[in-house]
Design a protein. Structure first.
Length: 80
């Protein structure tokens, strides 16, 4: 079964490294689900302050979305 977005789940979003202590990806908490592919988030950047984004669209390959900050993906699975 495919994962479904829901309020409170953690996703990954692209970030400008200059605004995220050098990292180009940040975790974000889903704050609104519009449908299975479109969400709003609060970003948990590695800097002080609060960042919000709305109407982010799901992508399988976040690295390919360097031209837009309006994308999200699921964190990769870890472990055995």
């Amino acid at each position: 079964m495919a994962q479904q977005p829901s309020i409170g789940r953690i996703v990954h979003v692209p970030m400008d490294p200059a605004l995220n202590n050098g990292a180009d990806v940040a975790p974000a908490v889903i704050t609104r689900v519009w449908n299975d592919t479109t969400i709003n988030v609060q970003i948990l950047a590695d800097v002080p302050g609060v960042a919000w984004r709305s109407s982010l669209v799901f992508t399988e390959d976040l690295a390919a979305c360097t031209s837009t900050l309006h994308a999200w993906t699921w964190p990769p699975r870890v472990g055995a």
